[in-house]
Design a protein around this ligand. Sequence first.
Ligand SMILES: [Fe+2]
Length: 615
Amino acid sequence: MSLSILGISAFYHDSAAALVQDGQIVAAAQEERFTRIKHDHNFPKHAVDYCLQEGGLTPEQLDYVVFYDKPFLKFDRLLETYLAYAPSGFRSFMMAMPLWLKTKLHLPREIRKALDDRYRKRIAFTGHHESHAASAFFASPFAAAAILTLDGVGEWDTAAIGWGKGNQIKLLKTLRFPHSLGLLYSAFTYFCGFKVNSGEYKLMGLAPYGEPRYADLILEKLADLKPDGSLALDLSYFDYCAGLTMTSPKLERLFGGPPRAPEAMITQREMDLAASIQKVTEEAVLRMARTARQLTGARALCLAGGVALNCVANGKLLRSGIFEDIFIQPAAGDAGGAVGAALFVHHQLLDQPRAANGADTMRGAGLGPSYSNEKIRRFLDGRGIRYQFLADEAELLQATAQAMVSGQVVGWFHGRMEFGPRALGARSILGDARNETMQATMNLRIKFRESFRPFAPCVLEEDMSQYFELDRPSPYMLLVADVRKELRHELSPAQLQLMKDPDLRKRVNVPRSTLPAITHVDMSARVQTVDEARHGRYYRLLKEFKRQTGCGVIINTSFNIRGEPIVCTPQDAYRCFLGSEMDVLVLENCLLRRSEQPALSAAERAQYLASFKPD
Ligand SMILES: [Fe+2]
C-alpha cells in the first residue's frame, strides 16, 4: 500500500508544492512557473494540481497534507514584534494584518478548498526550520550528518543547527528573530538598490568588484558576531521590525548617504559594501559550521535556507575542510520547504525507514512537468509553426551543437522542468563559452539586460578539473570554483586600465580566460557539472559539443527574459523564443530556426517585454 504526502509552501515568497510517495520525491514545482508571476506567493493551486496529476492521485487518495511552517507561531512573532515597536510599527502592522486574518489563520480551510473539499484527513504543520532541515538531510546521500539552516526568518527562528541520523532529525540550537544573517544580507541587498528576496544573488555577484573595506565597521557597529557564529544585530541600524524598509537613517549616515536607487549607476560604495557583507557572511557561515561540527561530531554537513544559495560562501565552506563532505538542498529557499515538510512527515512523524544509498533523491532537480514530442508537435502543427522533427537523437544533438559552434544562441527544452531557482539543462538557454562576444549577445539580445555578472558554465563532470579548481561534482550550480590558472589570460596594460572603469559592463567584458563568457573578474565561476545519470540527453549534447570543438564547457542560463519566471510549457518557450532573439529553439526532438519563423512586430515584442516586471 502506498503512502502519499503532499507538502505545501506558501504566502511568503516562492510558493510551491511537492509530492512524496513511499519516501520518493515524485513531483515538485513552484507556483510561479504556472501563473507566470515571478516568486508568486499565493496559494500554489496549480502546483498542487500538477503534483496530484504527476502522482496519478485524486485528493481523497492523499494520506497527509502538510504545510511548511506554523502560521500561529508566525502570527505570534508578528504581533509581538509590532507591539514591541508600537506605535512606529503600526503602519506595517495594519498592512500585514488583513492578509493574515483572511488567509493565513484560516489555512486549513484554504488548503481543503484548494483540494476541492475532497481531502478529509489531517493537515499537519511542521516548523519552518524543521522543514528546511528535513529538505537538506532527508534528501541528502548521508546516513548521518550535521544540519545547518540559514534564512531571513521563519516563525521566530532565523538559523538552526541540528543533526540527522537515519530517519530522524533534531534541531539543537537556534538563532532567534530579529537577529538574522539572512536579514542582514537582505538589508544590504536593499541598501545597494536590489530587490530583497531575489537580488541577493546579484549582490553576491557584485562582491568581486569591491574591497571589503566596510567589513570591520559592520562587525563593530551592526552585527556582533560571536565565536559560535551566532550574532546580535544593533536594531537601530535596521527598520524591518517597525517599518516598511530594511535600513534606517542611522545606517545611511554610517555609509555616507541614502540607499542606491534601483537601476541607478552602481558606484564603488555599493561594490565595497557587497564585498564587505559577503566577507561577513562567509565568516558567520564558517563559524556556524564549526559549531555544528563540534556539537554533532558529524563528518558531513547538510545545508538549506535561502542563505545556502550563496554559492561563494558554499565554495569557501567546502574548501575550509571543516566538513569532509557537504550536501546543499538545491531548492534551498522556501519553495524547498514543501519537499522538506513532506519528507519530515514521512520519516520523522510516520517513522518510515530511509535508504541513504548515495542515490540522488532530488533527481538532478528534474521534478517538474515534461511534455512529449506528440504534445509538442500537436501545438506546433496547430499553430502552423515551421520546424524540423529529428527523431534520431544523434542527428538532433549534432545540429544543436553545430548551431552553438557557429555562434548561435539555443533555447533548450528537454525533460522535466527544474525545481528550485536554477535552470540546469531542462529549461536553459545555451551558447559557446569560448566566444568573446557571447556574453554581450546573450545579455542584450536574449535577456534584455546589461549585466555585470558573467554567465554560469556547464562542464562535463569528467572534465571539471581540467577547467576548474574543483575536486567534486557540483550538479546543482551551488559551488563557486576558480578557473584553472593555465586558462587565464595575462591582461594587457590597456585591459588593466579597463578593469578600473566605473562602468562594470566594460570590466566584465574584458576577456580574462579562454572561457571569457563564464569567468568572473576574480577568476571564479558558478560551475554546474553534468553527468549522464542525472542529465541524460543534456550530457550527451555536451559530449557532442566537445566532439566538435574539443571543449567540454558551454554557457547555461535560465530560459526566460528579465523578470520572467523560467519557462514551463512549450508554449512559454516558443513565446520567449519569438520575443527574444534566440537563433534556434529545441523542443524535445523538434528543432525550430528563427530564420523560418514570422518576425514579431516592434509593438508585439514591446508588449511581451512589458508583461514582466524587471527583477
Ligand atoms: Fe525559510
